[in-house]
Ligand binder design. Structure first.
Ligand code: MN
Length: 196
């Protein structure tokens, strides 16, 4: 059984204002993530997946056509927990290790925005840390997640409409810009990269 209290927010609901409202945090974390967890618990009850951790469920279902609903809910739980951990105020300056990998902070942001702009419909934008200690920016559709494909995420942005619509309405590009400049907790990203 998965439980929302095992995935606490690393900030208070109001901490991300005005860039992300308390209402968005409350709805996104308290309703969307909680629903994915409830769905997943219902789907895996009394199945071979019941005693697996999240990563094991994702890997066991990604190529199983009959288990795509389980995959989708498990991946959405993983993606959201990682996304919320990537957010915070106070460590928002792009670190040199990332900026330098893209030829400068502006180029990093420009490439991230371009990948985000190409996402049609619901999806996620990822900064991946490769085995060669390089970085790349990719998008995944719907619930798809890099950890299902042997890739190591360093950072993620949720681009489902529920992530920004209350605050930014249809101005998705503004949300991407605000995320890059004001919402990333780079300390978490870099610390997590170094232990993963
Ligand atoms: Mn979401």
């Amino acid at each position: 059984m998965f439980n929302i209290i095992d995935y606490p927010l690393p900030f208070r609901e109001t901490d991300l204002e005005p860039f992300m409202s308390a209402e968005t945090v409350r709805t996104h974390y308290g309703r969307h993530l909680t629903t994915y967890i409830a769905n997943l618990n219902n789907l895996i009850a009394d199945t071979k997946f019941a005693d697996m951790d999240l990563r094991e469920i994702i890997l066991a279902t990604v190529n199983d056509a009959g288990a795509q609903t389980i995959f989708n809910n498990a991946a959405q739980v993983y993606n959201h927990v990682f996304f919320f951990n990537c957010l915070g105020r106070g460590n928002n300056e792009t670190p040199d290790i990332i900026a330098n990998a893209f030829g400068g902070k502006e180029k990093f942001m420009k490439q991230f925005k371009a990948v985000a702009a190409d996402v049609f419909g619901s999806g996620w934008v990822w900064l991946l840390h490769t085995n060669e200690n390089k970085f790349e920016i990719v998008a995944t559709k719907n619930a798809n997640t890099p950890i299902a494909h042997g890739q190591k995420p360093a950072l993620v942005l949720d681009l489902w409409e529920h992530a920004y619509y209350l605050d930014y309405k249809n101005r998705r590009a503004d949300f991407v810009d605000v995320f890059l400049n004001h919402l990333i907790d780079w300390k978490f990203v870099v610390d997590n990269m170094n232990v993963a």
